[in-house]
Write a protein that binds this ligand. Structure first.
Ligand SMILES: [Zn+2]
Length: 289
């Protein structure tokens, strides 16, 4: 029996998910309430990188018994700037929610407080998605990422080049000459089929992140839609990941991370899919220690 070896939940929020003014419909309110709840229940937020180091190098047993990791997906301005949502009013940014917590409870309350923000690389993809999935106010820029990463409360990580999002116009989609210039299927990340496509989605984004951050991004890749192509998890990342600074990858399979987890398929819980209330989160976590 493992006994004292902690299982670690990774929680996922989306700053762009602002669909209402209450907990159940707003990831900003969710993160804010959950952070307080986690603290009150005795959970300690640790950096994703700390978990990865423990997984790869040992020291897992030294982690706090109730360790939890925070991640944010898609990486728009909602992670960094307070923004006036046209329907739901002013939204506190995800980073400011972390800062507010520190302000209220003191920085010793959660000394390792951090969230990893997984971002989309391509500027033209973000511009197109800003029109189709956000409000069309140019709120998906990357101007904040360097400062966020260097200040450290948010770490910036790779969430693919363009998310292979269905809303991207054909002209922006990956095209390969040896595929007769046919656009490959978008709206899914599951069908990556060769190294070229993997390089387009993952390596290209690593290079871009190195450039804009001036240093290494998070060593973790987050699969768009949580979809895990075999070619990526079983071949591409194990072979090429470490060479480009990637040591692990996160899915959205609802489970905890243990020392036995496959580092290229680390599970995560997703807000509003896996819990819908603070009680729901408390319940979800209760069985995990
Ligand atoms: Zn995503």
């Amino acid at each position: 029996m493992l006994g004292t070896v902690p299982s670690i939940p990774i929680l996922t929020y989306h700053g762009i998910h602002v669909d209402g003014d209450d907990y159940a419909a707003n990831d900003h309110i969710g993160l804010q309430r959950d952070l307080t709840l986690l603290h009150e229940l005795g959970w300690q937020v640790i950096a994703l990188e700390t978990l990865i180091q423990a997984l790869l190098k040992g020291g897992w047993a030294d982690l706090p018994t109730r360790s939890v990791v925070l991640t944010l997906d898609d990486g728009s301005w909602f992670d960094w700037y307070d923004l006036p949502h046209p329907v739901h009013g002013m939204q506190r940014s995800m980073v400011n929610i972390l800062r507010d917590f520190q302000q209220q409870y003191g920085s010793d309350a959660q000394p390792r407080l951090q969230a990893t923000s997984f971002v989309i690389g391509s500027a033209s993809a973000r511009e197109a998605l800003d029109q189709s999935c956000l409000i069309g106010r140019d709120w998906w820029g990357d101007d904040w990422r360097n400062q966020a990463h260097s200040e450290g409360l948010l770490q910036i990580g790779n969430h693919s080049w363009d998310h292979r999002h269905a809303a991207l116009p054909p002209g922006l989609r990956y095209e390969s000459a040896d595929k007769d210039d046919r656009c490959i299927e978008y709206g899914s990340f599951a069908q990556l089929s060769d190294k070229q496509e993997c390089d387009w989605q993952i390596r290209q984004t690593q290079i871009y992140l190195h450039e804009i951050l001036g240093t290494a991004p998070s060593p973790v890749f987050a699969y768009p839609y949580g979809q895990v192509p075999e070619i990526v998890a079983a071949e591409y990342l194990p072979r090429y990941g470490p060479g480009m600074g990637l040591l692990a990858a996160v899915t959205t399979a609802a489970d905890v991370v243990t020392p036995d987890s496959n580092r290229w398929r680390l599970p995560r819980y997703v807000f509003r899919r896996d819990w819908h209330s603070p009680d729901g989160l408390a319940e979800l976590l209760a069985g995990k220690v």
